[in-house]
Ligand binder design. Structure first.
Ligand SMILES: Nc1ncnc2c1ncn2[C@@H]1O[C@H](COP(=O)(O)OP(=O)(O)OP(=O)(O)O)[C@@H](O)[C@H]1O
Length: 582
């Protein structure tokens, strides 16, 4: 379905019933509205002809009935169409969020989070305006246009010809303006998304911005971003202004010609005064409706332009993850076989250049190497964030391509260097590990106890309900790490990926974290991106990486004896400089 109008209309499918009812009441209100000029015409002509009797009471009673129908139908129409508009927009918001959250990690390498959240709010908001009030008004206008057109033809075919001449000119102008507007609307939304990006980046790095006194630069960057959006906004406003002026001129010119021609028909006795009055009322209704439709057309064009990205994202589906075919219950062995991988954003510089190793279930392996050697990339590949360009990853001897990536992740837990926390409570942050099932406080408390976190959590006034602040800002580094360990313990993974923190905690806190980690690693395959001497020496095996290659592997005690090897110089240099290994 390439047509953008149809693509967007397909979203309305589940609401067809409600929309049909709304439309029915709309037709009813329009029919009632169209009855007024007819009755007015009868009043005028009866008065002009000096008709006797109580005809006006009969007409008034008929009109009263029409009024009641009109009022009820108006209320029902408004409710049905407006509420359906809200439902449609909510559905689009959910579809967009689902499409975004399902995107693989490569998508987020390319897109900025600020830009995406902006799409969720501002782009969808535009759709909201158009789909609720805009669509309701223009649907009503369509009905009035059609019904009014019929009544005009019925009242005076000769006068109707005049509008038949003016209408196509208006439609042509509307189409031309709509097209240019659509292009500009896309530029505006892209500009606004840029603003969102700049704002998000600065707010999320607020400490850095203040520490480096970069507020002025931040304001300048935001002013530039908003300036771009503003100039496109002003140019599209200019376009609409010209278009509105032309349409208004055309409308009143058409009415003037109708009046002039009508007066001639009355003097030739081909039309009554009442009929001319009714015709003019219909003509006003029809032209107003035509204007409303052209306004809607402009806003629909704006919506299509603005929401192009939303629908691209919704329709793009999920990328960057492997295909599912076998259900995995992993025991924990992992093997890399001649694996080559380059990040999609840097296709010419592979981060892994033909890596092979195998880790048996329950083994503890330390990955060491200089910064940029590819240690985190190995972790990213195990987690299935990216698919290999060449070679294979095997879990329990099965090629990962034949396993469901979600099944694989089911068996993995990760403890990051800077643990990510959500802004909710401590309980929610720990229970996040198994959000697919209900977790009780006892289970979370048990995990926290094993992670040496229970004690400090209990000291907080709100205990497990303590709010941790955005990304856990209200907790210390060691506390965050122990919460992350409790989270991993609750998941009870077969494979554990541990990105060891480079910055040392104070010795008491460090000891508690190390104890918790020891417990977490027990009986699980553990891949540690290692920085600490003790971690490396305690590992069953060390894999030494250099520029995307595996250059040495073995036990610490054996590797350290190879004085020519990279491992020796890494350990030697770092121990001498920092007492820790990078
Ligand atoms: N998302 C990404 N997109 C493009 N290139 C990336 C991305 N992430 C990492 N790289 C590049 O891949 C190479 C390996 O990076 P990786 O993060 O795996 O190194 P590392 O050994 O974990 O380093 P460190 O110890 O500093 O964390 C580096 O050259 C890095 O610049």
């Amino acid at each position: 379905m390439d047509n953008p109008h149809l693509q967007r209309l397909a979203i309305l499918k589940p609401f067809a019933g409600r929309l049909a009812f709304g439309l029915f009441f709309m037709v009813l209100t329009v029919s009632a509205q169209l009855a007024y000029p007819k009755v007015l015409s009868s009043f005028i002509d009866n008065i002009a002809a000096g008709k006797s009797g109580d005809w006006y009471s009969t007409l008034a009673v008929i009109m009263l009935c029409v009024l009641v129908v009109h009022a009820i139908a108006t209320a029902l129409r408004y409710y049905l169409l407006e509420s359906t508009g809200h439902m449609i927009v909510t559905r689009i918001r959910r579809l967009l969020f689902a499409a975004l959250i399902n995107q693989g990690v490569p998508f987020y390498d390319k897109h900025n989070v600020g830009e995406l959240t902006n799409r969720l709010s501002s782009d969808v908001e535009i759709l909201h305006g158009t789909l609720t009030m805009g669509a309701a008004i223009s649907l009503r206008s369509f009905c009035v246009l059609a019904g009014g057109g019929v009544m005009m033809l019925y009242t005076s075919p000769a006068l109707s010809l005049i509008l038949a001449v003016f209408m196509p000119v208006g439609i042509y102008l509307g189409k031309r303006a709509g097209k240019s507007y659509r292009v500009r609307a896309k530029e505006v939304q892209d500009g606004l998304a840029d603003c969102g990006k700049v704002a998000y980046e600065h707010f999320s790095n607020i400490r850095l911005v203040h520490a480096f006194n970069q507020q002025r630069v931040a304001k300048k960057r935001y002013a530039d971003a908003t300036g771009n959006a503003l100039s496109v906004l002003v140019s599209s406003t200019r376009l609409i202004a010209v278009f509105r002026g032309m349409i208004s001129f055309l409308t009143y010119l058409a009415l003037l010609v109708t009046l002039w021609w009508g007066a001639r028909l009355i003097s030739d006795e081909q039309l009554t005064i009442g009929e001319l009055a009714a015709f003019l009322l219909y003509a006003v209704m029809v032209t107003e409706s035509a204007n409303a439709i052209s306004d809607f057309w402009t806003s629909w064009m704006r919506t299509i332009g603005a929401t192009e990205r939303i629908f691209e994202i919704i329709q793009a589906g999920t990328h960057g993850e492997w295909n599912a075919s076998q259900v995995a219950k992993l025991t924990g062995s992992v093997e890399f076989s001649r694996l080559v991988f380059a990040y999609p954003e840097r296709p010419d510089t592979p981060a892994l250049k033909g890596i092979s190793f195998s880790i048996v279930a329950g083994e503890k392996v330390a990955l060491v190497g200089a910064s940029g050697a590819g240690k985190s990339t190995v972790a990213n590949m195990i987690l299935g964030f990216y698919a290999p360009d060449e070679g294979r990853i095997l879990f329990d001897g099965v090629d990962a391509r034949y396993l469901d990536v979600q099944d694989i992740r089911e068996s993995i837990a990760i403890v990051e260097q800077e643990p990510s926390l959500f802004s909710g409570s401590i309980f929610e942050n720990i229970a996040f590990a198994v959000s697919e099932r209900d977790v009780g406080l006892a289970e979370v408390r048990n995990a926290a106890r094993l992670a040496n976190a229970h004690e400090f959590i209990s000291r907080f006034k709100d205990g497990y309900e303590t709010i941790v602040g955005e990304r856990g800002v209200q907790l210390s580094g060691g506390q965050k790490q122990r919460i992350a360990i409790a989270r991993a313990l609750l998941r009870d993974p077969r494979i554990l990926i541990l990105d060891e923190a480079t910055s040392a905690l104070d010795s008491a806190s460090e000891q508690q974290v190390q104890e918790a980690l020891k417990l977490l690693m027990r009986g699980r395959t553990t891949i540690i991106i290692a920085h600490r001497y003790s971690t490396i020496t305690n590992a069953d095996r060390v894999l030494v990486m250099n520029h995307g290659r595996l250059v040495q592997e073995g036990r610490h005690a054996d590797l350290i004896n190879d004085r020519e090897g990279l491992y020796f110089s890494l350990m030697h240099n770092q121990l001498r400089q920092h007492g820790s290994v990078v």
